[in-house]
Structure formats: C-alpha cells, structure tokens
Design a protein around this ligand. Structure first.
Ligand code: SF4
Length: 553
C-alpha cells in the first residue's frame, strides 16, 4: 500500500476511449509528425478493455471512416451495408409500413457494433504512437488559476466505508498541455467544468434520451444482415419522444431496442417496461420467436442538438463526441460527428501548440472549425428538431416537417427554439394534473421474450467490486422519503434500467422506508444523473475496470 500520488507529464490527454477520442488521437499523432512536433499523447479509458463500455445502436454513416482511414476503411468490421429498410407505424396489434422520411433514409450506411469498430481502430491509434491506458477512470479535472492543467484518476482499494484496503493505490495526476474530454454522454469532468467555465451560458440545456438494447441470437437464416426497421408511436404514444429500432447483424444476430426521451412528464413512465412491451408486439414477437437474448445494455443519448451543445473549449481543454452533444437526433446518428469533432480538435491543438500554447483564445479556433465543417452543415438544418417534440408527437411532426422546408426554422421561430431541462418537466403527483396520471399496465417477465431488470443486467456482463464506496452520490436521501415519494413516487426505481435504486422498508427510520442503492448493478448509462427531478444524484466513476462488459454491443 502506497500513499504517494504519482504524477505523469504528457502533452495531450484524451479522456475516454470512444470513437471521438480515438479518431482525435490518431489524427493528432499523424499531424504532429507532419508538423515536426514531438507530442506525448495518451487516451484514458475507465473500462477493462476497449470494448467494455462501448455501446451504440448502431447505424453508422461511414464518412469519417473514409476521411480518417482512406486506404482501408472498407476493412473496418461493419456488420453489413444497409440494403433494406422500413419505418413502421405501430398500434398495439398492427404495424403499418410508412413512406421513409428522407432523413431516415439509410442508403449507404452500415449496421455496426461499436465495440467491434473500436477494436479495429485501437491498434491503428497505438501504431501512431498513442498510449491507451485501461482501468484509468478520470475522476476530476485539475484546474489551476482558471486553467485546466490535467486530470486526476480515481483511487483504487478504498472500502465501502471509506477506509484504505491492502491494495490501496491513490489515483494518478496526469498533467498535460491540453485535456480533450471525450468521456461520453453527461461526462463527469465536463459536468465539473460546466459552471466555472460557463460552458452552457446562453445555450439551451442538453436534452437526453435513454437507449435500451438487446442483442438476440436467432435461428439460422431468419435474420437479414443489413435490414433496418424503425418504429413509431406504440408503445410510447403521442406524449413521449422516441421509438423502436431493429437491426439485422451477421451470424443470425438481431438488435432490438428502444429510444425514449428523458423529458417525459408522467413520473410513472418506465423506459425498461416500455422496451419490454415493444417486444410483445405481434410483429416483433414473431421476429424473436425461437431466439435467445444474448446481450443487454443501456445508455443515455445527447439529443438536444445544435443549441444544446456546450462551448467546446476553454483554457487548456476541448470537448468532443457525445460529451459535446455531437449527435444528429433526426438521423439518430452521432459516431461520424463524434469522430469528426475529434479530428477538428486535433487540428486545433496542433495549431495552438505551434503558436505557443493551448490558451482559450487559440482553442476557440475549434468552434470556428466546427462552424466551417460539414458538422454544422449537417446539424444546423435540424437545430430545432428535438425541441419540436416538446408538445408531443404531432406537434413534432408538424414543426419538423416545416423545419425541412424552412432550413430548420419551423413555424414562428427565428433561429432557435428554446427548451427546458428534461428532468424539470415531470408533473408532481400531488397536483390536480398529477392525480390523473397512472402507471402503464405491467409487462410480466416470462424469461423468454420479456425480462426483468436483473435478468437484463446479467446479460450486460456488469461487475463491480462490492467493497468500494457507492458511486451514485445521492446528496440528500431525506428528500426520497419526505418529498419524492409523494411528489413523484420515487421515479429512480423506474428510470434506472438496472434496478440500482430501491425503496425498502426500514423500521429503524422515522418514515419506515429508506433508499437502497444496489450500485453493483449499474450499467453506467448516466440516466439517474440526468433525470432525477431534484437533480440530487451525481454519478461518479467507480474503480477502474468495473462496470458493464459490452463486448459486441
Ligand atoms: Fe444508469 Fe444511474 Fe442506474 Fe447506473 S444507477 S444504471 S447510471 S440510471
């Protein structure tokens, strides 16, 4: 056991080994060589390996793969080029084929497993001289005199009660000229820097959705690799943003999933329950018949679009990928935008370091590069897309349709449709409007087609050392028993897709109930950090290497 904290000096550190960071690190290493710069570049990843925490839908627009790997992008392990696609309007029993709206046309795109793509990219990045450090969760940004100077990784070997164990190792201080935050959706460090650096000043708040997904093994010959189906309406109805997706993979595997907006109003809404209900639709149940669910995962998605993106730079840091809100919610695609943002960050870094250092003034060129690139060209016309659904599905279709003919403005909007944080929209149950709200009917788990949360968590491969501090920080648990039970019926029990939060009887407490946190089930989706109506939950990284084991997701 050593108490001494090590310090590592680098030039550029990328936080998170997702597609944005890997693309950025690869491009940066190449550019540095071309410009005669000797840079020590590293990527920190909290998972045990490159695929551990990688999850996405995923239908991938290959344009950034073509830019970054022009010689061999076609050897990337995409599952299949999209050949057939459908959009289904669902009612409880029927599924009607609709004309495919132009933005949902996936011609030329690929069905993919993000984990497999990252596994293909990582050795290429390392071959350029970049180090990838696994089991290195960045726990806090190091800020000195208003400038980000590095990151501190999480300690290892602390017991649940906070004592140092025999294997205690303090986290490492990694100091760098530039920190690139590519830590995924609702990034821990991005959240820490948001207020002191005013990252969302003058912006819309970020709006999120949760994506839940299962991969099924089906009888041979059933799955058409490259077939893509999106569903609308049932089971979410007109009041909730989102829809279903079904993607055919190789080796008789089928992805089935649901995206549900984290801006719903009914506190009883339960995304996991609705995902299970989706599979009971006769059309989908027929596809899954005789199959076996093999993998499960869930992840929040930054859906807010252009106006919800933070200022992506400050003194000593840049923000890329999902952390920067790089997602086109109309196309439900972000991997290509995330990778491009990493590449633009790399170009900015080289210019800034050549000019003398990574000051905010020099790193501001990153925003200018985004504005001048196809990132803005793609995101600007859909800048009001998600906000259009603030008043339901029909309003969204109308405003979204008008947006397509008005260059993204829509009806009565100058440039920007404002919005409010999703977690502030839940209707309290102790108000007249709230008293009319009801939970949706239960979906019994039969263990064949439908599963409870624990069965799904088992198939996510999630594992955490039980003897470590709880990594879900609930800042005032008295709110759970005194207010939340009456006002929102403890919605954490429903919006968490992994049965982490449970209200349990406890005669020793004045209310006879308390919140129990089953932290070891956590699949790191970040939904609780986003959706808690009081904003009192903070997700922090657990020990390095812990969490889901997504492999092929
Ligand atoms: Fe997601 Fe939070 Fe539940 Fe973990 S505890 S699975 S981050 S909602």
């Amino acid at each position: 056991m050593s108490d001494e904290r090590e310090t590592l000096e680098l030039d550029v550190v990328f936080v998170g080994a997702g597609p944005a960071s890997l693309a950025g690190a690869c491009h940066l290493a190449r550019l540095a060589k071309q410009n005669g710069l000797e840079l020590a570049i590293a990527v920190l990843e909290k998972g045990r390996e490159i695929t551990s925490h990688a999850i996405s839908g995923a239908v991938v627009d290959p344009r950034t793969f073509q830019e970054l790997f022009p010689q061999d992008w076609e050897s990337a392990p995409f599952e299949a080029r999209i050949e057939g696609e459908k959009v289904l309007w669902m009612t409880g029993k029927k599924a009607l084929s609709m004309p495919i709206p132009p933005p949902m046309n996936n011609h030329g795109n690929y069905v993919a497993s993000l984990g497999k793509l990252l596994k293909w990219m990582a050795p290429k990045v390392e071959a350029e001289g970049v180090d990838i450090f696994f089991e290195f969760p960045a726990a806090r940004a190091l800020v000195e005199n208003g400038r980000v100077v590095g990151v501190r990784t999480g300690d290892k070997g602390i017991s649940r009660s906070g004592e140092k164990k025999a294997n205690y190792e303090p986290g490492v201080d990694i100091r760098a000229q530039v920190v690139v935050l590519g830590e995924g959706v609702r990034g821990t460090l991005t959240k820490q820097l948001a207020e002191p650096f005013g990252l969302w000043q003058g912006k819309n708040p970020q709006i999120y959705a949760i994506g839940l997904k299962e991969v099924w093994d089906l009888p041979p010959g059933r799955v058409k690799a490259g077939e893509v189906i999106h569903t609308m309406n049932w089971p979410l109805g007109f009041d909730n943003f989102g829809g279903g997706f079904i993607y055919g993979m190789q080796n008789d595997q089928l992805i089935v999933g649901l995206v549900a907006g984290l801006d719903y109003k009914n506190p009883y809404f339960d995304p996991h329950k609705e995902f299970q209900r989706l599979k009971t639709h006769p059309e989908i149940a027929k596809m899954l018949e005789g199959g076996k669910m093999a993998f499960y995962g869930a992840k929040a998605i930054p859906e807010g679009g252009w106006w919800s993106m933070p200022r992506p730079y400050g003194d000593g840091f840049l923000i890329v990928g999902d952390s920067a809100g790089m997602l086109n919610s109309q196309r439900l695609k972000g991997i290509h935008l995330g990778m491009k943002s990493g590449m633009l960050a790399a170009e900015t870094i080289v210019e800034a370091l050549k000019a003398g250092g990574a000051t905010a003034e020099r790193l501001a060129a990153y925003q200018a590069k985004i504005d001048a690139s196809w990132v803005k060209e793609e995101l600007w016309p859909v800048r009001n897309f998600h906000q259009s659904f603030d008043h339901g599905l029909l309003g969204g279709f109308l405003q979204g349709g008008l947006g397509m003919v008005t260059g993204g403005r829509g009806w009565g909007v100058k440039d920007r449709l404002e919005t409010e944080p999703g977690n502030e929209r839940m209707i309290p149950l102790d108000t007249p409007a709230g008293q009319r709200l009801q939970p949706a009917p239960a979906v019994p788990a039969d263990g064949k087609l439908t599963f409870d949360r624990l069965a799904d968590v088992y198939n996510s491969g999630t594992a955490h050392d039980e003897d470590q501090p709880v990594h879900l920080l609930v800042h005032d648990t008295s709110i759970c028993v005194d207010r939340c039970v009456k006002e929102f019926a403890n919605p954490c029990q429903r919006f968490c897709p992994a049965a982490v939060y449970e209200m349990v009887a406890d005669p020793a407490t004045p209310s006879g109930r308390r919140l129990q946190i089953n932290a070891s089930n956590c699949v790191h989706c970040k939904t609780c950090d986003i959706m808690d109506p009081y904003g009192i939950i903070t997700w922090v990284p657990p020990e390095g290497g812990d969490g889901p084991n997504y492999g092929k997701m």
